[in-house]
Write a protein that binds this ligand. Sequence first.
Ligand code: ATP
Length: 223
Amino acid sequence: MTDIPHPPSRPHAERASALRLRVEDLAVARGGRRVLAGLGCSLSSGEALIVTGRNGAGKSTLLRALAGLLPRLSGSVAIEGAAEAEEPATLLHYLAHADGLKAPLTARENLEFWAQFLGEEPDRRSLPPAEALERVGLAHLSETPVAMLSAGQKRRIALARLLVVFRPLWLLDEPTSALDAASRTRLARLMTEHRALGGMIIAATHEPLGLEDARELALGANS
Ligand SMILES: Nc1ncnc2c1ncn2[C@@H]1O[C@H](COP(=O)(O)OP(=O)(O)OP(=O)(O)O)[C@@H](O)[C@H]1O
């Protein structure tokens, strides 16, 4: 077990509970073709939004645009209630299709890397890497190089990354990909806990995620 103390509470933690994501008239193109147009939605602390639609409908495109990884043709994405100094990118985690892990490093080392890389604002809701691994049921693989893990185990470490630095907005692209039934149950619990801490979740999925009271944004009618 890694002995890393919980970081102290900071004002950042208090502000997060009053945040609101507001998306207005968003348009995004991929490969020169308009994929999303006139899209609007809003999300407050504790709320979740499920993004659905057929293959190619634009779910990943939406998440990438919200994460600031794709330029907008038009429209706006704002996180209201954040301090001026806080860039939107520092208020969110983006879980992509790729797990973004360093194969030669152990599960624990990967999480320690992310905790140092992302953890510029200590928050009492951030978990030490060892505890984050426990929460995804991988404490026993803490010292195993990621290169030796299965697809589902890697996905669970990528999910543990969300826990080592608290960020209010989770953007999850098919988060259950490669997860077995027990891991899906754990993920549902983690999402419920994140919402209870004042977090917001937008998840693109083809499957039920066990997110209670989540609203749905169905893409694809005109794409
Ligand atoms: N890198 C890219 N370059 C050009 N076009 C792309 C690129 N990635 C996706 N697209 C196109 O953008 C559109 C939306 O793709 P996107 O990946 O957002 O769909 P999706 O709803 O997430 O699909 P899936 O359910 O298959 O994951 C598709 O028509 C796709 O062909």
